[in-house]
Write a protein that binds this ligand. Structure first.
Ligand SMILES: [Zn+2]
Length: 150
């Protein structure tokens, strides 16, 4: 998905959450300041564009793994909000037509240099879709369980 649409959808996603939690349920689980931080950070997965060794849609950047580790050491709410943003980026990277989740759109493990060219072992379309949706689901369920239930 192009950056512009990531921005529009992520902003819409957070505004919706803010309306549900802060206005409707009157619970200030996260603040506007956190949302303003989470929107630009939701672009983080696409830093893989800049590193040939990762390949676009690298499994590590297109996941919440890094942020889970950060949260393990610092249980601040902001990281749950950031994970929601990253997870939502993953969700947006799923093609609506599953057959189109190929090539460029698949999840890459890492690049291997072979005769001066990079090749990328990747997940197939179904597993890429699964990977992307799992990361969103885990971020979302985690947010609900930790922030809403406890
Ligand atoms: Zn992406």
């Amino acid at each position: 998905m192009r950056g512009k649409w990531h921005f529009v959808l992520t902003t819409g996603f957070f505004i919706t959450l803010w309306l549900i939690f802060n206005i409707w349920l009157k619970k200030e689980f996260f603040t506007i300041t956190q949302i303003i931080a989470a929107i630009p950070i939701s672009f983080f997965p696409d830093v893989d564009h800049n590193f040939k060794v990762m390949g676009h849609r690298n499994w590590f950047t297109h996941s919440i793994v890094l942020w889970e580790v950060v949260y393990l050491f610092n249980q601040h709410f902001i990281f749950l909000t950031l994970m929601l943003g990253i997870g939502f980026h993953c969700l947006c990277d799923i093609r609506l037509q599953p057959k189109k989740q190929v090539g460029y759109y698949t999840i890459k493990w890492f690049g291997m240099k072979n005769l001066g060219r990079y090749t990328y072992p990747n997940l197939n379309g179904v597993y890429s879709t699964l990977w992307l949706s799992l990361n969103f689901l885990i971020a979302f369920i985690q947010f609900i369980v930790i922030v809403v239930i406890f």
